[in-house]
Design a protein around this ligand. Structure first.
Ligand code: SF4
Length: 103
């Protein structure tokens, strides 16, 4: 008898996105130092994510894709963020994989 297994997720093709909870942002700019391609401080002193077209995304909970080449920098940002307010989640099911709400 053949047992069918679900294909295991390799994680390699797992698209991730990141968002910032500005209510908790301290404005220290650590994320901007790690990944200036993804994060930017606005004149209000808070950090925001940027679109792939380099546009500042200021809507609450706005997300931007995490380029694979910048994943480590974005993850480090989330780990070091003093406000614990950088959230990295899977696009497919919106489960947080790095950040304060990750398991
Ligand atoms: S590291 Fe966190 S607290 Fe600091 S500016 Fe970035 S989002 Fe805000």
């Amino acid at each position: 008898m053949t047992v069918q297994h679900e294909a295991p997720s390799t994680g390699a093709e797992e698209a991730l996105e990141v968002w910032i909870d500005q209510d908790l942002c301290t404005g220290d700019g650590i994320c901007v130092q790690y990944a200036p391609e993804v994060f930017e401080l606005d004149i209000d002193g808070l950090a925001y994510v940027k679109s792939p077209e380099d546009e500042l995304l200021q809507d609450a909970g706005a997300t931007t894709p995490v380029p694979l080449t910048l994943l480590q920098d974005v993850v480090d940002s989330a780990k070091e963020c003093p406000g614990d307010c950088i959230h990295v989640r899977r696009v497919a099911d919106r489960v947080e994989v790095y950040g304060p709400d990750a398991e």
